[in-house]
Design a binder for this molecule. Structure first.
Ligand code: IPE
Ligand code: IPE
Ligand code: MG
Length: 246
């Protein structure tokens, strides 16, 4: 593990890492267990990766925990996930605070049950003064939901006469996204061997480096994160230019 860590250039770390934490259900099934068992074990990976990012000095970590489409899963799984979420936040908020980690949430909070929303709001408030790692939980989130939400709000401002169409540019759009306060992720990791975005940060991932690993989320640990970072640092990010121009 130390050897992997030594291979990382600390001066060329991404500021923002985004992760699609996938594979909990299959991990559990492979062990002959219920899907919720996988979600339960996924929390240990969250703890480990948050700690790993904080140790490295990563500024922003976005974790895709629940998509707007995930509401269509069987009711027992949805309820189980909500309870796990609330229980985890309750248990972890003090440790987040002690480690100077600031919690943020992006997503359609109106969809969350009242008790979950309350727990989250308290955790957001409690960590709001922290200046270390920004931990952004994408909860009841989808890229299409976010873009629709932004377009509606922009249209409303135009209708009220507070914004003119001629003045709408990419910065305006950026300002209406739920991620307006965060830089775009430079690195997006998806676990469990699926090669897709699944409605995550559609706008913000425009130039992200994508990293896919077959490792299921409950097995993902700091050394897997280091491997992703080493891979990332071997890439050339051209942003449409040629190699020679960089
Ligand atoms: C990711 O694991 C967690 C959530 C989507 C909430 P899954 O539950 O999608 O696990 P798989 O992909 O079915 O194995
Ligand atoms: C994406 O995983 C959402 C989260 C990890 C929270 P899914 O398991 O829901 O995505 P699909 O259905 O495989 O595309
Ligand atoms: Mg999945």
């Amino acid at each position: 593990m130390q050897a992997l860590l030594d291979q990382i250039d600390k001066n060329r770390l991404p500021r923002h890492i985004a992760i699609i934490m996938d594979g909990n259900g299959r991990w559990a099934k492979e062990k002959g267990e219920d899907r919720l068992f996988g979600h339960f074990h996924g929390v240990e990976s969250v703890r480990n990766i948050v700690e790993g990012c904080a140790e490295l000095g990563i500024e922003y970590l976005t974790l895709y925990a629940f998509s707007t489409e995930n509401w269509d899963r069987p009711e027992y799984e949805v309820i189980g996930l909500m309870e796990l979420l609330v229980g985890t936040i309750r248990k972890e908020v003090e440790s987040l605070d002690k480690n100077n980690i600031r919690l943020h949430v992006i997503g359609d909070m109106n969809m969350l049950p009242e008790y979950a929303r309350k727990e989250l709001e308290e955790a957001l408030e409690m960590t709001s003064k922290n200046t270390g790692l920004n931990l952004i939980m994408a909860l009841s989130y989808s890229g299409r939901w976010e873009l629709l939400h932004a377009v509606k709000n922009i249209a409303y401002e135009v209708k009220k006469g507070r914004l003119s169409i001629d003045n709408i540019n990419q910065d305006t759009l950026q300002n209406y996204l739920t991620t307006s306060k965060f830089p775009d992720p430079e690195l997006m990791i998806r676990t469990s061997g699926e090669y897709r975005i699944s409605n995550f940060l559609l706008y913000q991932l425009a130039y992200a480096e994508l990293y896919f690993t077959p490792v299921r989320w409950p097995d993902f640990r700091k050394d897997n994160l280091y491997e992703a970072l080493i891979d990332y640092q071997h890439r050339e990010r051209r942003f449409g230019k040629t190699s020679e121009q960089l």
